[in-house]
Design a protein around this ligand. Structure first.
Ligand SMILES: [Zn+2]
Length: 300
């Protein structure tokens, strides 16, 4: 019997589940508010109950969680999970494994988006950078054929590089982080001030020519080009909910990045691709990560 993996993508708003059997049999997609389990008296037990519900229907070979925060370098400990305080500062995977009897591992959610996108390529590259722009700046680093976690687990925090002449407070506790000016959060605040009666999904359709939104794209391009020049990857993968908004000026972002890339090699050779993430991509990537982590899945 082929192995079955459960991928759980835990976001600040929604939690999504999906199983993978064999190489490509996806099953049991479910999506529900994270608050439905995270705000209970014992959030960890509630999360274990979700896994046990799946186990009641089918045996599982392993479970992979994707979490929107900072994990320890060995991915055993949650270090900072500001949106889900119930799991903050806990060895979440080990506890869940004890409570369910199934191997459980975890990683940053953005690494699962990136893994999915990487595995859509013909061959896995040696070096790639992923930038997934949502409420914050999700950043994934794939270096020498594996995810780079940093010495303390805190790598890929591109949103928290300082931006000159910026004193805005950041949820991380610092002031002046780039993310305060380059994130979906900044866009939603701009929309609230300038056009509070319209749906934010129409922001770029209605106001894409506004100089302040054009400046937003310029800032974003500069930040992304900065990291790309440090790492010189084969691929730069751009995705996330903000880039998927109707009328988002992808061509303008691409040319802003290009014009700051270091010539000649990085500018000429970098492959910039757009992620076509769907609602399921995070948990699909988590299933693939479970297979790699527990099952030694062949790398194509
Ligand atoms: Zn910050």
């Amino acid at each position: 019997m082929s192995a079955t993996w459960l991928g759980i993508d835990i976001g600040g708003t929604n939690t999504r589940l999906l199983t993978l059997s064999g190489k490509d049999q996806w099953d049991g997609f479910a999506k529900f508010p994270t608050a439905s389990w995270a705000n209970t008296a014992d959030a960890l037990a509630a999360l274990a109950a979700l896994i046990n519900q799946v186990l009641a229907r089918r045996p599982l070979s392993g479970v992979m969680l994707g979490l929107p925060g900072i994990l320890s370098r060995d991915r055993r400990h949650v270090i900072s999970l500001p949106f889900i305080q119930a799991l903050d500062d806990m060895p979440v995977a080990a506890h869940l494994s004890e409570m369910t009897g199934v191997p459980v591992a975890m990683d940053k959610d953005v690494n699962h988006l990136m893994l999915w996108d990487l595995m859509q390529l013909e061959t896995l590259p040696d070096n790639a950078v992923g930038l997934y722009l949502g409420t914050g700046m999700g950043n994934s680093l794939w270096i020498n054929g594996q995810f780079y976690h940093g010495e303390h687990g805190g790598s890929g925090e591109i949103g928290h590089i300082p931006w000159a002449d910026n004193e805005l407070p950041c949820p991380c506790g610092n002031r002046g982080c780039a993310e305060t000016l380059t994130s979906g959060h900044w866009l939603s605040q701009w929309a609230r001030l300038r056009d509070p009666d319209s749906d934010i999904s129409q922001l770029f359709i209605r106001h894409g020519q506004h100089p302040e939104l054009q400046q937003f794209i310029i800032r974003l391009g500069k930040v992304i080009a900065g990291e790309t020049n440090i790492l010189d990857p084969e691929y730069l993968i751009l995705g996330g909910g903000v880039l998927a908004m109707a009328g988002f000026p992808l061509a303008a972002l691409r040319s802003e990045i290009q014009c700051h890339l270091r010539p000649p090699a990085t500018r000429a050779e970098l492959k910039i691709i757009i992620s076509h993430a769907t609602d399921q991509t995070g948990c699909r990537g988590a299933c693939l990560a479970a297979a790699r982590n527990f099952g030694g899945l062949d790398e194509r």
